[in-house]
Design a binder for this molecule. Sequence first.
Ligand code: AQP
Length: 330
Amino acid sequence: MKRVLTGIQPSGHITLGNYLGAIRPLIQLQQDDDVELLVFIADLHAITVPQDRQALKKNIKELAALYLACGLDLNKAHMFIQSEVPCHNQLGWVMECNSYIGELERMTQFKDKKQKQTEGISAGLLTYPPLMAADILLYDADLVPVGEDQKQHLEITRNLAERFNNKYSETFKVPEPYILKNGARIMSLVDPTKKMSKSDANPKAYITLLDDINIAKKKIKSAVTDSDGNIKYDVINKPGISNLLTIYSALTNISISELETKYQDSNYQTFKEDLANIVACFLTKIQSKFNYYINDSELDLVLNSGRDYAYHYASRKIQKVYRKVGLGRN
Ligand code: AQP
């Protein structure tokens, strides 16, 4: 049985980027009979940057409902909230003590977020990767579906697992990233050289799964593109239209080259209108399911059962780690 693990921060509503980079691969992987999914809401990671308390609480619950709305199958998946399983903090600290400041300072996400944060850069922003390593290594995950942006964090997770195994004997499984070719890096609709992020200061840069349908359509129609008017995939010279082609292709499973042929005699306006309708149709389906799950009292029961399942597994791993490191009395 392969164990697949993934988490998303409840730092806002999840975007098309999060969906295409992290959730869609998960939904594909769960088709396999030989797979078990562990899905968590990474609220501890979310507080590495300032969060409003009420908004965070709301985002946590909404993210849980969104996972279900996107098709997470509870016969295959256990869903839980990271902060409700304290083993994440426990192993996170051990991982921090096995990480070097230099390697953490080299992480692209740290450098990017540090730049965005004008004051009070938290130590948690620097130590995000050892906590992420703990999230994964606690459960002996085989595969971790992530977007391209998290590839570097997965690499450090693998290094930390190997470092610990070499120092204290075989303890952790070294996980593999699972990155889909199409949709692994969805870019901002305002600046297509930057990745789409749910915490972008400009809401026109991203589409969230809970956006008002008409607003989402407008965002696609006003997405930044170049002025030559040719619908061609060329990330270097035409990043805007290339990003829209990626979104179109990922949502419809039509290849990018087929789309280029289909739209060879069309202009950007026609292409954007078609894509806006595709996005609208996709969001409408997700939102109707979301409205069901967010009002369903079962949601709390699902999270309770996920928490208990995760704790059962993770606490045994913590005992093993503490014993090997020499912590406590056992
Ligand atoms: N633009 C993206 N394209 C493809 N995949 C993406 N992911 C994020 N952005 C894109 C993938 O979504 C998963 C969850 O990410 P996260 O919420 O844990 O953190 P993040 O990568 O920092 O995502 P955001 O949206 O940019 O959040 P904020 O703005 O809070 O930092 C990951 O698997 C990620 O690869």
